[in-house]
Design a protein around this ligand. Structure first.
Ligand code: NAD
Ligand code: DAU
Length: 349
């Protein structure tokens, strides 16, 4: 093996696609996936690669500094790609402390372990922090987030991610830790936990349940297919420059309500229902407190410097996504019992 890379949060949505990409593409890398397996982590996401000879799963918590130090000593990592996080804005409004613990303290534990392990041997090492466009706050009708846009996080989730970004830069500046950060827009695709807009609405449509649109539905997001995010991370990990930040986005803005209408139409076609049936399930509900109006990424730095672009048009990505959820109903059924039902009742009562 030429390198040992730690991927944190590899049993989650984006992490599982990234682990699969690295395990399949780099047979000479040893990939260690560290995940606590919270409600959002699911080893079913990785069944197809779990017995690959270059893949190891470690169940553990990034909040546990002693465990993390030991893990770094055990594997002598050359690189870290850090995705483990509490990732849902609504849950951060209900329980901010969980986000501070995992997203801030957990990140600092990883930084300390990397700093200590690599001290004096920084050449060829890299700490890659996977972050979000939400750190930049909310846009008006015009403009795009650039890498130089000042941070202005508005939710407990985005504040915790902004804080972790600052710590990563501080460790680069203070201790010479080699790092890169990427800030990505909204991802969609297979294996996303059905607390997020698209899988939640797909699940509700298949169960003929109402579709809870927050506020007036005129909030805007920039959507990117998850595998294109994983490809961007691969590119940045291997070709990005130390200390740099890269924005990743889909060049693909939608207001929620327009996106939901396209989803409803595609679901009607896939389920062989009369077009218009699913739209009838739309219900406007109480808005998310502090709801960010618009996110939109300028990903031209990544495009111009590293030659990355999204590979899929949105309609094609959405069709693939719908097909995956309808072909994997058992996956959805297994994670929407028990705790999920309690969460759903509490969030949407
Ligand atoms: P996710 O919630 O699907 O997965 C998070 C994973 O982290 C889960 O497998 C969970 O078990 C694990 N985890 C949580 N707490 C942990 C802890 N204390 N120790 C170890 N593992 C822990 O999240 P996602 O949507 O795949 O997002 C992954 C990363 O990408 C996050 O850092 C998120 O902020 C960032 N991001 C997400 C999006 C998006 O649209 N989903 C966009 C931009 C950036
Ligand atoms: O921008 C990147 C971020 O995108 C990531 O950092 C986060 O981890 C990820 O969760 C996502 O955050 P959002 O808050 O944008 O995603 P969510 O799917 O929760 O909501 C998308 C939009 O849909 C948002 O405007 C809120 C709205 N919404 C969401 C849900 C769950 C609804 O109208 N109804 C809903 O039931």
């Amino acid at each position: 093996m030429t390198k040992t890379i730690l991927i944190t949060g590899g049993a989650g949505f984006i992490g599982s696609h990234l682990v699969r990409l690295f395990v399949n593409k780099y047979s000479d890398y040893r990939i260690v996936n560290l995940d606590k397996l919270t409600y959002a982590g699911n080893l079913e996401n990785l069944r197809d690669i779990e017995s690959a000879s270059n893949y190891i799963f470690e169940k553990g918590d990034i909040i546990d500094s002693v465990y993390i130090k030991d893990l770094f000593l055990k594997y002598n990592f050359d690189g870290v790609i850090h995705l483990a996080a509490e990732s849902h804005v609504d849950r951060s409004i209900a329980n901010p402390m969980d986000f501070i613990m995992t997203n801030v303290l957990g990140t600092v534990n990883l930084l300390n372990a990397a700093k200590d392990l690599w001290k004096g041997k920084e050449k060829g090492k890299l700490f890659y922090h996977v972050s979000t466009d939400e750190v930049y706050g909310s846009l008006g009708d015009k403009g795009l987030f650039l890498e130089t846009t000042p941070y202005d996080p508005q939710s407990p989730y985005s504040s915790s991610k902004a804080s972790s970004d600052h710590f990563v830069r501080a460790y680069g500046n203070t201790y010479g830790l080699p790092f890169v950060i990427s800030n990505c827009s909204n991802n969609y695709g297979p294996n996303q936990f059905p607390e997020k807009l698209l899988p939640l609405f797909i699940n509700n449509i298949r169960n003929n349940e109402s579709l809870p649109v927050y506020g007036d539905g005129k909030f805007t997001r920039d959507w990117l297919y998850v595998i294109d995010h994983a490809i961007a991370i691969d590119k940045i990990y291997h070709e990005g420059s130390n200390g740099e930040t890269y924005n990743i986005g889909g060049f693909n803005e939608w207001t929620n309500i327009n996106l939901i209408k396209v989803l409803c139409k595609q679901m009607d076609i896939a389920l062989e229902k009369e077009v218009g049936t699913s739209e009838g399930l739309i219900t406007y509900v109480r808005d998310r407190p502090g709801h960010d109006k618009r996110y939109a990424i300028d990903a031209n730095k990544l495009k111009n410097e590293l030659g990355w672009e999204p590979s899929l048009q949105f309609e094609e990505g959405l069709a693939k996504t719908i097909a995956w959820y309808l072909d994997n109903e058992e996956w959805m059924d297994n994670i929407t019992t028990g705790d999920y039902q309690n969460y759903y009742k509490e969030q949407y009562r």
